[in-house]
Design a protein around this ligand. Structure first.
Ligand code: A3P
Length: 434
């Protein structure tokens, strides 16, 4: 009876078994692919997004971390390493760069960061005043790229202290590393060569610096000093923390705020011929918004009288003497070091020797580290032990400037001359622009 029923319905039974087999197989594949895409939180390790990818960069026990400047290495259930780079934008939103496998060369856009660098150990954001965040990196030339209490000054605070941010709570990783407030800040000037200087400094083993510009003393002051400290990479004894945010030099409130945090802060300013600097600034804006007025139309109030528009940011930033006056109300000249933007290109080792001396560092960065690579005429950093092409700044550095009528350049040079002379006098150094 049973046997005859089996034979009568064997094709139906066969069909049902095959069908459920397929359903189970499909469910298994779906579950496994979902699991592989989600990193296990208890296995997640966050590292600071910094050049030297060693354990000193690891986030500390119970640390609360803001997404800015971090790279997340999550391990999926299939032991595949997943990388995330989370960038916090000005409006508070985050943009996430995601790299699926260790073997993937390219970062995928997952948010609104636009560039996809292919070297995850070399990512940083140069957040120019009038620009969206720009993910930048050193790469081969042929690739297109609050009040704060004074006693908190230079506090070497253990990173176990909790900040106010509550983005991620992380597992224990490293006991003895600390995050320090900076001892030196590259405060300006925009388009002077600040990124090159910071990247050159970062090759020094006793210097640690965050890649992105923290903008603490101008835009993020309300977040408090704990936030600021958290933006810094972990350091071990003997290492100095440095940051760069070029807009500090021209922001009225900043000198007092830095003074309130640390009156012994070392301040570095990279200066460049203000006329070239203005053109460079304009070039940057133009590269973002090609519909803007011409340089000449912006530089002069009226093209016939050729009266310089001193309200235009690109012009204002170059009046270095005026800005410096404000800083000198708080800090003595001995706490400043001025780097020639021009010499940083023509003689990087010479300029870096002076910077190392000013910072009290061993003379480690020398001409052995630099290499003129490609056709752009900018120094690049040699990679260690002949491991491939040198590291050059990305394409947003060293842009081709638009043609500007020599008469316009002359008019601007005349405008800046008295301010330049005053500046030379104030700092006791002639930069040779006039
Ligand atoms: P241009 O793009 O006008 O040439 P900042 O990093 O402060 O925004 O400065 C950008 C400027 O750094 C560039 O301006 C470029 O001239 C200068 N610079 C200095 N050293 C450089 C280097 N090694 N590679 C590329 N640009 C460099």
């Amino acid at each position: 009876m049973l046997l005859s029923a089996f034979f009568r319905y064997k094709s139906v039974l066969f069909f049902m078994m095959t069908f459920s087999g397929f359903v189970l197989l499909g469910a298994y594949i779906l579950t496994m692919s979902l699991l592989s895409a989600i990193p296990l939180s208890d296995q997640r390790v966050l590292r600071s997004n910094d050049n030297n990818n060693n354990d000193n960069n690891a986030i500390l026990p119970g640390d609360t971390v803001n997404p800015g400047a971090l790279r997340d290495e999550g391990v999926s259930r299939h032991n595949r390493v997943l990388h995330y780079s989370v960038k916090e934008k000005d409006d508070g939103s985050s943009a996430v760069l995601k790299k699926k496998h260790d073997s993937d060369l390219h970062w995928q856009k997952s948010g609104d960061v636009t560039t996809a660098p292919n070297d995850n150990s070399m990512i940083y954001v140069d957040d120019d005043d009038d620009e969206d965040n720009v993910v930048d990196s050193w790469r081969g030339d042929d690739e297109d790229d609050g009040a704060i209490l004074p006693q908190q000054a230079n506090a070497n605070v253990n990173a176990n202290d909790k900040g106010n941010d509550s983005s991620f709570v992380l597992p224990r990783i490293l006991e003895n590393a600390t995050k320090k407030l900076p001892e030196a800040i590259i405060i300006g000037v925009k388009k002077g060569g600040t990124r090159a200087l910071l990247e050159f400094l970062r090759i020094h083993p006793d210097v640690r610096a965050p890649g992105p510009e923290p903008h603490f003393f101008d835009r993020n002051y309300h977040r408090g000093v704990h936030w600021y400290r958290k933006q810094m990479p972990s350091t071990i004894e003997g290492q100095m923390t440095v940051e760069k945010t070029p807009s500090y030099f021209v922001t009225r409130e900043v000198p007092k705020r830095i003074f309130n945090m640390s009156r012994v802060m070392k301040l570095i300013v990279v200066v460049r011929n203000p006329v070239t600097r203005a053109i460079s600034d304009y070039t940057q804006s133009f590269s973002k918004r090609p519909y803007i007025k011409s340089f000449e139309q912006r530089a002069f109030i009226d093209n016939t009288t050729r009266l310089v528009d001193t309200k235009w940011g690109a012009v204002k930033i170059g009046v270095y003497a005026k800005h410096l006056e404000r800083w000198l109300r708080y800090f003595p000249l001995s706490q400043f070091h001025f780097v020639s933007g021009e010499k940083l290109i023509s003689n990087p080792a010479g300029e870096m020797a002076k910077v190392q001396r000013f910072l009290g560092l061993k003379q480690i960065i020398t001409d052995k580290h630099f290499y003129l690579y490609g056709s752009r005429g900018f120094p690049c950093l040699k990679k260690p032990e002949g491991s491939g092409r040198p590291h050059c700044l990305g394409k947003s550095k060293g842009r081709r400037h638009p043609y500007v009528d020599p008469e316009v350049i002359q008019r601007l040079t005349d405008f800046y001359r008295p301010f330049n002379l005053k500046f030379y006098q104030m700092v006791g150094q002639d930069f040779g622009w006039t």
